[in-house]
Structure formats: structure tokens, C-alpha cells
Design a protein around this ligand. Structure first.
Ligand code: UDP
Length: 462
């Protein structure tokens, strides 16, 4: 985590990916190089410490094998009337977290459909990201004392970004609260302004929400990841499920030798059951609760725990939480804590595929893309019944929902001792993702929304 870094602007051309995604760590890479400690209990192979060359990005026809030719044709059909129309996506981090993950693939796919799409990342100092992280937690329901100083920092950095950015595109999509005040530029911009909120707004801290709400109301529309996140607003609201890319390094099919190689490198023993949580080291993901649940389950059933995480550049708390997790884990040799750099999509893919069960014991959650990733791999998944997770996990059908450490421990024990049931929910989970949460479905939603916004403008004569 280097939270003092200033963030960069990214312009993702249609033929390439953003900086986060895209490792092509092949079996020929040298894994016997010296290992390095990255602030966690486990050492990482030297080969993971530098970003790999990005693999060639998948193209639209590559998705035919997964979603069928008809669906790809439908996307091309929907994009026909939007050819040449431009989109700008803006968020606050290029690496780490689900939003960057989605943008990384969404932007090139839209561009490939001849809807040129640009991705900009706002910049800010550590003080800005401390305030926005506190806002994030407050919007998720934590109590927070909103000070004038915090408001000033939030607005000041947004003004700085606004001064250097241009908003010439015809559709401007602002992701999450950090860049919300950029909407002050809408007077000078001809485009539609849409706020894409990825977080759970069902129970926000009232002061923070009242501070942000007037900004949200200046947009043409707001998009939420679950019905339950929507607020009373005077603007239209849409439901967009987030998505994963089945062809990314993180989700593509791997053969067993690739999975084995990553496990060997990271010291993960595949001969015994593996329970895994992949998440940023963030209290709302409850990694300490996962350690406690594992320890309870372990009294009855043999298993190991893998906690694979890392930091997002807009999250200054990660290092502290990682320390708390290490203390909770103590000296248990069956707990593997991995503090991974952000370019480890391929390794995360292998870890998820090597896992017997996947846990996402969040206390608050936006949508929970790690759940989507686990389900896509057909893994029996145990997750907190919060945020968008119940959209993904239909209890006992596509996974299991839990509400406590004890509930999580019970389900770990139950699923490890009922493999046929575990297999069945894993298989249903994969089908659920295929129907609803793949990137191609998301691209379709963006194209439809763009068409709707256009037609509203034409009807109103604007
Ligand atoms: N992730 C990652 N490296 C990590 C931890 C998480 O690449 O060390 C990825 C994870 O696989 C998922 C995304 O970051 O794709 C997290 O998205 P999610 O919606 O679960 O949570 P967020 O971090 O956005 O709150």
C-alpha cells in the first residue's frame, strides 16, 4: 500500500487493458527465484513482485463459446445506433477492488463495439483518501462525525481534478462517491451525467448522505447494484448487477498443472481441504471473523485456511487490518496469509480453483465480486447475507448465507462433510452467474441505458 501516491489518468484504447488486469504468468516463468516477504506471514516468490506483461485482451467473438453466438450478435445489434458516441468512466483507483476490475474489461469491450470509451482516475493525497474511506464506511452504515475540514478536503481535491479534466464525451459515468462533485462541470459539458454507485446505500450515515445527496441529484440518473440500495431521489434509478469477465486472467479456465504450480509457489497444500477468503484486508470483509470461524470448525473437521488479499490504492486501512489478521491467526501453520500485489489475478484464479470451499464473510458489502468469481468456478460458497450477496447466493441453492462467526463455522463444517450437497450448490452457482453476472450482460445494460438516455433527450428536445 502506498497511499501517498498520486493517482494517474488512464486512457484505455480499444485493443488493450487497463494497468491492473492481465497477467500472463506462464509455466515457463522462473518460480525458483529468491522469495521476498511482503509484510505478511507468507513469503511470495520473486516472480510475483513485478507486474507481468499483459496478455492479449479477449475480443467479442471469443465470448461466443461461453454465452452463445446469438448473445454476441445482440450486443452488436444494440451498439449499431451508438457507433462513434463516446463515454467517459471516472473512478478513484486503477488497481484493487471490484470497480477497477470491471472497468478494466468494460472499457475495451465498449470500444470494440465502436462506442469509444475512456477511463479516467481522479488524483488525491492521503488526506483525501482517508476522508473518502471514512465516507465509504459511513455510507455503509458506520457512525462518523462529518467535520467541515473533511468536507473541505473532499471538495478541494475534486475541484483540483475538475480543473485538469475535460468532459467532452456524450455519456459521463462517475463511479462511487469519491468523484461525485465532478458533476459541477456539467454546465460546460453537453453529455448525460450518470452516477454509478457500487456501494450499499440502504442504511447510510445521515450526515454524510445529506452532504452528498445534493450532488447526486444533479445527475441525470443513478445506478445501483441491488434493489435494496436505492434511495428516494428525484432522478431515475436503474438496477445494474456488477459483473466478471469469464476470459480475464482471474476467471479463465485453468488446467490442473497451472493450479498446482501456483499452490507450490505459495505453499498451499492441496492434499487437505482448503477454505479460502479472497478480499482486501478491510474490517468490513471481516477477515478476523473468518479466522475465528475456521478455528471453531477446525475442532471438528480437518482444513486449512487461505486468506488472500491486498490493498487498493484508495484504502489506507489495509496494513492495520492485515496486522490484526496476523495476530488473530497466531502461529497456526494451517493458516496461509497472502498479501498479494494487485496484478495477481492469475494467482487468485488458481487459489480459488484449488479451494474446497470459498468464504466471503463480509459484514457490509457492495456487491461482492469475489462471490461472483467463486460461484463462476463452481465452488461451494459461504457468504455474509449483506449488500448484493443475497442477489448472488440463494440460500442452499447457489451457496449458503451466514450471519455470524458461529454460522460460518457451522457451514464450513457442514459443507466439508456433505460433499455431494456442496457440489450441487457449486454447480447451480455457476449457472446463476452465467445468466446474470457476466460482463457481456453488463455491456448490454450500458448500451440499453445509453439508448434510453438518448431517446429521452430527443423527446425532450434537449
Ligand atoms: N482482489 C484482488 N486482489 C486482492 C483482493 C481482491 O484482485 O488481493 C479482487 C477480487 O478478486 C475481486 C475484487 O478485487 O475481483 C474485489 O471486489 P469485491 O466487489 O469483492 O470487493 P471490493 O474490494 O470492491 O469491496
Amino acid at each position: 500500500m502506498n497511499s501517498n501516491d498520486q493517482r494517474a489518468t488512464i486512457d484505455v484504447p480499444s485493443s488493450s487493458q487497463g494497468p491492473e488486469n492481465g497477467r500472463s504468468r506462464t509455466a515457463t516463468q522462473d518460480s525458483s527465484a529468491a522469495t521476498h516477504v511482503r509484510g505478511s506471514g507468507r513469503t511470495l516468490p520473486a516472480s510475483l513482485l513485478t507486474p507481468p506483461a499483459p496478455p492479449p485482451p479477449p475480443h467479442l467473438p471469443d465470448y461466443k463459446n461461453i454465452i452463445g453466438e446469438g448473445q454476441v450478435d445482440a450486443l452488436q445489434f444494440l451498439a449499431r445506433d451508438l457507433k462513434g458516441k463516446t463515454i467517459k468512466m471516472v473512478n478513484s483507483t486503477s488497481v484493487g477492488g471490484g470497480v477497477a476490475e470491471m472497468l478494466n474489461r468494460m472499457v475495451p469491450l465498449l470500444s470494440e463495439l465502436e462506442v469509444p470509451t475512456r477511463w479516467d482516475v481522479i488524483t488525491g493525497g492521503n488526506d483525501f483518501f482517508e476522508v473518502t474511506k471514512a465516507f465509504h464506511n459511513a455510507l455503509h452504515g458506520s457512525s462518523y462525525e462529518l467535520t467541515k475540514a473533511a468536507q473541505d478536503i473532499f471538495l478541494m481535491y475534486n475541484e483540483q481534478n475538475r480543473a485538469r479534466m475535460h468532459f467532452d464525451e456524450e455519456l459521463i459515468v462517475i463511479h462511487d462517491p469519491q468523484p461525485l462533485p465532478l458533476v459541477h462541470s456539467r454546465d460546460k459539458s453537453p453529455g448525460h451525467w450518470v452516477w454509478r454507485c457500487h456501494i450499499d446505500l440502504s442504511n447510510p450515515d445521515a450526515h454524510v448522505w445529506e452532504f452528498l445527496r445534493p450532488l447526486v441529484e444533479q445527475y441525470d440518473a443513478a445506478i445501483f447494484s441491488s434493489q435494496s440500495f436505492a434511495r428516494q431521489l428525484p432522478i431515475p434509478q436503474y438496477l445494474f448487477y456488477p459483473c466478471i469477465d469469464p476470459l480475464s486472467e482471474k476467471n479463465k479456465e485453468l488446467d490442473d498443472s497451472q493450479v498446482q504450480k501456483v499452490c507450490d509457489e505459495l505453499g498451499i497444500d492441496r492434499s487437505r481441504p482448503i477454505v479460502t477468503q479472497v478480499s482486501r484486508f478491510d474490517r468490513l470483509k471481516d477477515p478476523v471473523g473468518v479466522v475465528q470461524a475456521y478455528k471453531l470448525a477446525k475442532k471438528y473437521v480437518d482444513c486449512q485456511l487461505v486468506l488472500a488479499g491486498g490493498g487498493a490504492t484508495d484504502d489506507p486501512e489495509g496494513a492495520v487490518v492485515l496486522q490484526e489478521v496476523k495476530e488473530a491467526a497466531g502461529d497456526d501453520p494451517d493458516i496461509v496469509i497472502l498479501d498479494l500485489p494487485p496484478w495477481c489475478g492469475f494467482e487468485i484464479n488458481a487459489i480459488q480453483r484449488a479451494s474446497t470451499l470459498i468464504v466471503q464473510k463480509s459484514i457490509r458489502e457492495g456487491f461482492g465480486l469475489t462471490v461472483t468469481e467463486a460461484l463462476w468456478k463452481g465452488k461451494p460458497t459461504i457468504a455474509g447475507a449483506v449488500g448484493g450477496i443475497p442477489n448472488q447466493i440463494i440460500h442452499k441453492l447457489t451457496g449458503v448465507l451466514v450471519h455470524s462467526v458461529e454460522g460460518c463455522a457451522f457451514q464450513i463444517r457442514y459443507l466439508l462433510t456433505h460433499p455431494e450437497f456442496a457440489r450441487r450448490i457449486g454447480a447451480s452457482g455457476r449457472e446463476h452467474v452465467k445468466e446474470n453476472f457476466l460482463i457481456t450482460t453488463n455491456v448490454k445494460r450500458w448500451l440499453l441505458l445509453y439508448q434510453i438516455l438518448q431517446s429521452v433527450k430527443v423527446q425532450s428536445g434537449a
